[in-house]
Design a binder for this molecule. Structure first.
Ligand code: AMP
Length: 423
């Protein structure tokens, strides 16, 4: 396996940008794909977000766009990257800008939900790199603001999600107008039949590169569960977040309303937090993401939909405030903390009603989560006969824990956040 970027025959301005990004070793998808892409081959990449796939395609594309450098014609793009969500489009655009910072190439990004004028203006003189979501792109193509006769590279990113989100027809319409002579890359985390046949129709003699499936990403994550009553989840979260080892936490809530309530509650407990979900405007979501990314807020509370495609480095903890109804979502959620080979910690709060969801998750991931019993809101309903009148919230669970621990030979107090031991 290639152990450094210098072995990958990337030009010096790219190497310099990679050093600035602090990338020293190519990830497996980069080591496998970059040589084939530099040689002009089509690639079928079976890889999900988090494997370093953006750089795997961005670096060779940037290099080929300057060897030779050709001025793009008005309204046209030399490379097109199609991706399903605007968050992903913005991230890919930012990655190209970061890796290509010394190359002076022109770039534009196109997605729906905002006015089209700035996007039309950005395309007027033509660009080297265009990152787009399918719906708006098709719109602008139909209005003749964008053309592809000078295109030489096409990337179809997250093809399986395009399918899930109902974009495949739009994608096919776009592909139909691209020049036949081109280099094509298709990335997908999974390869259902529809995607395999799409791949066959858009790729020419592709090289297949495949990296670690979800299950092995999950193996690297320290996964723990805390049993707690629904009503105690919010104070428990504030308590857990008191641990300074949790330097960047993504908290998942099941509903938009829930996400808002959690963020507000944290603010009241003096924990800097922001929430993102579908009811927030695009600019509010971007602001929240930016303050999380820059470290101004330590905690981002998100719903599953809003978190799609969020890609932020250095998330130390994913906290499932609510367990997801679909066990696959659990895997996607916790994967946010194990980016590009990093290890992470996932804590899940589980109420009595959620036990069945926990069982589904454990079945899917084929592992049992470690139970953290040692927290101030540990759930163990006393039988009615010994039910005591109301006691101070802190004192009561503490006594229960001591009883339970005593029965097992009294483990020393380990703290509720395994991070502290790992940091
Ligand atoms: P991606 O799968 O493209 O979304 O990348 C996942 C994350 O890994 C991104 O935040 C990148 O900044 C980071 N990354 C990509 N390649 C490398 C590398 N070779 N070394 C360190 N980090 C990387």
């Amino acid at each position: 396996m290639t152990s450094s970027f210098s072995e990958l025959a990337l030009i010096e301005p790219l190497q310099r940008a990679l050093s600035a990004e602090n990338y020293h070793t190519p990830t497996p998808i980069q080591a496998q794909a970059i040589p084939h892409l530099l040689a002009g081959r089509d690639v079928l990449g079976v890889a999900q977000t988090g494997t370093g796939k953006t750089a795997a395609f961005a670096l060779p594309i940037l290099q080929r766009l300057v060897q030779p450098r050709v001025a793009p014609a008005a309204k046209s793009a030399r490379a097109l990257i199609l991706t399903p969500t605007r968050e992903l489009a913005l991230q890919i655009d930012a990655s190209f800008r970061a890796y290509g910072r010394h190359l002076q190439l022109r770039q534009a990004v196109i997605f729906g939900g905002v006015g089209q004028h700035p996007q039309v203006a950005a395309m007027a003189r033509g660009v080297d790199i265009l990152v787009a979501t399918p719906g708006r792109l098709l719109d602008l193509m139909n209005q003749r603001h964008v053309r592809f006769d000078g295109l030489s590279v096409f990337v179809l990113d997250e093809a399986d999600r395009m399918l899930d989100m109902g974009f495949i027809r739009d994608v096919k319409r776009i592909v139909a107008v691209l020049p036949k002579e081109r280099q094509t890359l298709l990335f997908s985390a999974t390869m259902p039949g529809d995607i395999a046949s799409l791949a066959q129709s858009v790729l020419t003699s592709p090289v297949r590169v495949e990296v670690t499936p979800v299950s092995s990403t999950v193996e690297r994550i320290d996964q723990r569960v805390l049993f707690v009553d629904g009503a105690s989840k919010r104070p428990l979260l504030a308590e857990v977040l008191r641990d300074p080892a949790i330097s960047r936490a993504l908290v998942f809530a099941r509903t938009k309303h829930g996400a808002d309530r959690i963020a507000k509650d944290l603010e009241r407990s003096r924990v800097e937090a922001a929430a993102i979900h579908g009811n927030k405007s695009q600019s509010a979501r971007q602001r929240a993401l930016e303050s999380f990314r820059s470290g101004r807020v330590r905690v981002l509370v998100a719903t599953d939909i809003a978190a799609r495609g969020i890609d932020i480095d250095g998330i130390t903890h994913v906290i499932n405030f609510d367990l997801p109804n679909v066990p696959e979502s659990y895997v996607h959620r916790i994967g946010r903390t194990a980016r590009a080979g990093a290890e992470g910690i996932a804590l899940s709060f589980c109420s009595a009603e959620e036990r069945v969801l926990l069982r589904d998750i454990e079945k899917l991931t084929r592992r049992k989560l470690v139970v953290i019993e040692d927290h101030p809101y540990a759930r163990s309903a006393p039988p009615p006969a010994v039910a005591r009148p109301q006691q101070p919230a802190q004192a009561q669970p503490q006594r229960r824990q001591n009883q339970r621990r005593g029965g097992r030979g009294g483990r020393p107090h380990q703290g509720h956040a395994p991070a502290a031991q790992r940091a």
